[in-house]
Design a protein around this ligand. Structure first.
Ligand SMILES: [Zn+2]
Length: 376
């Protein structure tokens, strides 16, 4: 665990919002970093039929359009690009650029590909996908993308030392990662979901059932702001590769991202005032002890030694809706309060979409009781 990770670790314990500098000043520009992946000696994925068609060129031209369209369509923003030419930039540098720019959001642009062994009909898979950082990923698609996009590291000269800390298998690595992730993952998911919404509207043909995936993607891990990696489409699909090379489709793709940023920026700016006035003591809708009360069921989504405000971004779409209870020496966070057991069971899968370890608990007043007892 290097010093940086320890610093992040400590900062996170002391001040959960330390990592994203909240917009106290509403005049502050909204900073966007666009990261066209690959470049220079790293071509990215190649078209199967025409090897001269390279990922790095498609994503650069979409990113340049994106930058111009953002400037035209969204007021009060600044846009930084990690590269504007065909040059190779190490992954670690890209994350540094974003962190230095104090970026509000980070969007990495890529093109997807599959190998024959990935999928029996690998050339027929198509569509736009969004990836967010996730370390306990059982998500096969996310892991595959992580492997492929991380492979860019191998083009760097000194990758063994630069990425020595990248190994998330060590316990410290896992903890540090988890903390970094907790701080921004709610916002990253929100940004990805906003992109998904516009993608479904704009490109119904390129939509699939599951458009958001998570994986241990280095470039998303190194950034400390909400980050999404967009895979515009599959270069291994002949039809989609053609489309992605056309200027009009590139504009359509960029428009999805512009609309999503606009929407996301509005929601963050409208929310930030309420976040800043909430203090931990006010955000305490704890259940009053009442022995005559009927048992209630909750879904526990998190617990920890430090107290987070109910509006904390770690609660993802449940921010502002969680109930906190102080039990033993831990703060536990619940959603879905109800007296109806069937209802809580019905809600569970939805909650688990965002909190995979969520589980049902029961309380009578302030006392935790067994589910069986509560059901009587
Ligand atoms: Zn890529």
């Amino acid at each position: 665990m290097n010093r940086l990770l320890i610093a992040i670790f400590v900062m996170t314990l002391v001040c959960p919002s330390a990592l994203y500098g909240q917009g106290e000043n509403s005049q502050k520009k909204f900073n966007i970093v666009i990261d066209p992946g690959h470049g220079g000696k790293d071509p990215g994925a190649l078209d199967v039929d025409d090897k001269s068609v390279e990922e790095k060129d498609i994503i650069l031209s979409v990113s340049v359009k994106l930058k111009e369209m953002i400037a035209d369509q969204i007021p009060n923003v600044s846009v930084t690009m990690t590269r504007e030419k065909d040059v190779f930039i190490p992954l670690v540098e890209r994350a540094k650029i974003a962190n230095k720019a104090k970026s509000d959001i980070f969007i990495s642009i890529h093109v997807n590909s599959l190998r024959p062994k990935d999928h029996p009909k690998y050339r027929s898979v198509k569509g736009i996908r969004f990836y967010v950082m996730g370390i306990d990923s059982k998500d096969e698609q996310g892991s595959m993308t992580a492997l492929r996009e991380n492979a860019s590291i191998l083009f760097e000269d000194d990758y063994q030392t630069t990425y020595a800390e990248y190994n998330s298998d060590t316990p410290e690595g896992k903890i540090a990662l988890k903390l970094m992730q907790l701080n921004t993952s709610g916002q990253s998911w929100r940004l990805a979901e906003t992109m998904e919404k516009y993608a479904r509207r704009e490109l119904p043909k390129a939509s699939s059932e599951k458009m958001i995936n998570s994986g241990n993607i280095y470039i998303l891990r190194g950034t400390t702001m909400p980050s999404v990696l967009v895979e515009l489409g599959f270069i291994t699909n002949a039809e989609e590769s053609k489309l992605m090379q056309s200027s009009s489709y590139q504009t359509q793709l960029a428009q999805i991202i512009v609309d999503a940023i606009k929407d996301y920026k509005n929601s963050v700016e409208n929310n930030s005032s309420s976040i800043s006035v909430v203090t931990p003591t006010e955000t305490k809708p704890e259940i009053k002890p009442d022995t005559t009360e009927r048992p209630k069921f909750y879904i526990q989504v998190a617990s920890g030694l430090t107290k987070l405000p109910v509006t904390d971004r770690s609660f993802k779409s449940y921010a502002g809706k969680v109930v906190i209870k102080h039990i033993g020496n831990r703060y536990k966070y619940f959603v879905g309060e109800t007296e109806d057991y069937d209802k809580v069971i019905e809600m569970l899968p939805e909650v688990r979409r965002q909190f995979s370890d969520a589980f049902v608990v029961a309380f009578k007043g302030d006392k935790q009781i067994s589910i069986a007892e509560a059901k009587q």
